[in-house]
Design a protein around this ligand. Structure first.
Ligand code: HAS
Length: 562
């Protein structure tokens, strides 16, 4: 059977059947995690309305059955930043790896284990947050007390991603045994690199939860060292953003070009960009702690340089993806300097959503560079500038891309045609306009000194910050994003429950290369070598700071502030 034929979804007889590489027992955990991701997006996204309206004094958290503004903000952060992203990435990258390696995942047990741990983790954390036992925001800084169920739930979510990581590594091993001496197929390779990076990055939060916060919340440890805990948190807290971003890059590099009729410039360049993300993502976390006391300036400066190094693969991505889009636009008859842009298939909701996500990421990336600049960070840190930044990155570059991916993924998995295509297009554009207004508001207000993570609607100093117009832009933009989210769920439910059965088989879109794997240096395929470099860099970036903290000054008992 040909590779393409095996990658097909065949609809028929009321049920979708799949041949060869997509095994039913591996597909249900993938579908199950997509459902969990959708639930996270729906509930977490709805809380955004409460936060946006709060900026103009409309305080509705009680109407949304929340005890405090912060309970809603915790639901928003945890469900979107952890549940939606982790569950979607586990599902999407597993599916992509199956297609990339042209074989089933190595372990069905691990694939199903990833689903069950994600489900149980979600239930535990959700119970703790909804019963107001874990109103600690998604960063859960010590010494804020949260129920042990919350930490257990969070740990299970991470374990779910690590089971997927192990499964992908084993799948690559199995592929290598079956294809001795060959280069790893790029589509499989980028998925494995994403998860290998994450396995190294998650170490901080695993140590934090397992050795400190969980025993502390259970009363087995009476006190903890909050500043040391923050260092562990941010060890994971920055590279997690690349764990969110790299799956979107997989789609931008290797799928969108196919959807627009273009080719990827080169196999080597894509491999190089992912390897650089693997190497430089982890040793960067202290840029979240530029203003924290107790960390040597020299180490903050080391992290400043590595942060700017990890910007480089994103700049490479910007030019390479643009080249692939131009190739597609010109193949469709586009001429002149910019004429190819209008020839791109803007009428395809999957493409439009992702193109708009890329455009927003240009601004999201630029604001990240402001954050990362040591002296400018003093102006923006802990102001609403920061949510302005991350709603353009994880909130749009990632989320709107995942939405765009789901516009082909859901038909692929259900064997049903995407319904409401115009509605889906309106959804993508509404999100785009919404986030630009929202971020403009947050960023400008932040520059005037408006704090982040504050119920501005209830703050006595509200009128001292003359951010009236900016706060209105935030409120209007945020509301448009929530309406866009509602449109999205109408499209999804319409497709899943009332979509017409597909008569033509669907394929996962995979782009062709201009310069393929044969030209790629074997070094770029040696994942173990690059992982070792990443470990060494992480050790250099963190060990000197960690040594300063030993023995730990464990002085803080848990404090309930909500
Ligand atoms: Fe960030 C804070 C620095 C990227 C998310 N960031 C955050 C927080 C989140 C977040 C959630 O240095 C808040 C955490 C908290 O609660 O405190 N960030 C950066 C830098 C980058 C960056 C330097 N961030 C991201 C990404 C995120 C994300 C990606 C999520 C996915 N960030 C910071 C810093 C802070 C921070 C500080 C702490 C601030 C503080 O003080 O608290 C860079 O990696 C960005 C590089 C990206 C680019 C853009 C490349 C553009 C591309 C698009 C090309 C477009 C095309 C379109 C091809 C340079 C690839 C063509 C289309 C046509 C139609 C023609």
């Amino acid at each position: 059977m040909s590779a393409t034929a095996r990658a097909r979804t065949v609809a028929g007889g009321g049920a979708v059947t799949r041949e060869g590489i997509f095994l039913a027992e591996q597909l249900w955990p993938i579908k199950g995690q997509l459902v969990l991701a959708m639930i996270g997006l729906a509930i977490g996204g709805l809380m955004g309305l409460m936060q946006a309206l709060d900026r103009v004094g409309i305080v509705i958290y009680k109407a949304m059955l929340m005890q405090t503004y912060y309970q809603g903000l915790t639901i928003h952060g945890v469900l979107l930043a952890f549940l939606f992203t982790f569950a979607f990435i586990n599902a999407f990258v597993s599916l992509v790896a199956i297609r990339g390696f042209e074989r089933p995942l190595a372990s069905t047990f691990l694939a199903q284990g990833a689903f069950w741990t994600m489900l149980v983790g979600t239930l535990l954390a959700a119970y703790a947050i909804l019963t107001n036992q874990a109103t600690v925001l998604f960063t859960f800084y010590a010494p804020m007390r949260a129920s042990s169920l919350f930490f257990l739930g969070a740990a299970l979510l991470v374990i779910s991603t690590l089971l997927t990581a192990l499964n992908l590594v084993l799948t690559r091993r199995a592929w290598q045994r079956e294809h001795p001496g060959e280069r790893t197929p790029l589509l499989g390779f980028v998925g494995v690199v994403t998860y290998v990076m994450w396995a190294l990055a998650s170490l901080g939060v695993v140590v934090l939860v397992v050795f400190f916060l969980l025993p502390w919340s259970l009363g087995w440890l009476k006190t903890t060292d909050p500043q040391f805990n923050r260092i562990l948190f941010w060890y994971t807290g920055h590279p997690i953003v690349y764990f969110w971003l790299m799956p979107a890059y997989i789609s931008w590099y290797l799928m969108v070009p196919r959807q627009v009729g273009g080719r990827v410039f080169s196999d080597s360049l894509v491999r190089l960009a992912f390897i650089l993300l693997l190497v430089f993502s982890v040793p960067t976390g202290l840029h979240h702690q530029y203003v924290d006391p107790g960390i040597p300036t020299v180490m903050k400066v080391v992290h400043l340089f590595t942060t700017f190094s990890v910007v480089f693969p994103s700049l490479v991505t910007a030019f390479t993806v643009m080249a692939a889009l131009e190739d597609g636009g010109r193949a469709r008859g586009g001429t002149g300097l910019l004429g190819w842009i209008w020839k791109l298939p803007w009428g395809d909701p999957s493409v439009a959503a992702q193109l708009l996500a890329m455009l927003v990421f240009i601004l999201g990336g630029a604001t990240g560079i402001v954050n990362a600049s040591y002296n400018l960070n003093n102006v923006v840190h802990n102001t609403s500038f920061v949510p302005g930044h991350f709603h353009m990155t994880v909130g749009t570059a990632v989320t709107l891309s995942f939405i765009g991916i789901s516009y082909w993924l859901i038909p692929f998995l259900t064997g049903r045609e995407l319904m409401g295509r115009r509605l889906a297009l309106a959804q993508a554009w509404l999100w785009f306009v919404g986030v630009l207004l929202f971020a403009r508001g947050q960023i400008a207000a932040g520059l005037l000194g408006e704090p982040r993570r504050s119920s501005i609607g209830e703050a006595p100093y509200r009128d001292l910050i003359s951010a009236g117009l900016d706060n209105w832009l935030t409120a209007i933009g945020g509301t448009l994003m929530v309406i866009s989210g509602l449109l999205y769920f109408i499209v999804v439910l319409w497709t899943v429950f009332a979509g017409r059965r597909l008569t033509q088989p669907l394929e996962i879109p995979v782009a062709e290369m201009r310069f393929g794997a044969r030209e790629t240096s074997p070094r770029l395929d040696q994942l173990g070598f690059w992982f070792l470099i990443a470990v060494i860099l992480a050790a250099i970036a963190y060990i000197p700071t960690i040594l300063l903290y030993l023995p730990l000054q464990s002085v803080s008992p848990p404090i309930k502030v909500y």
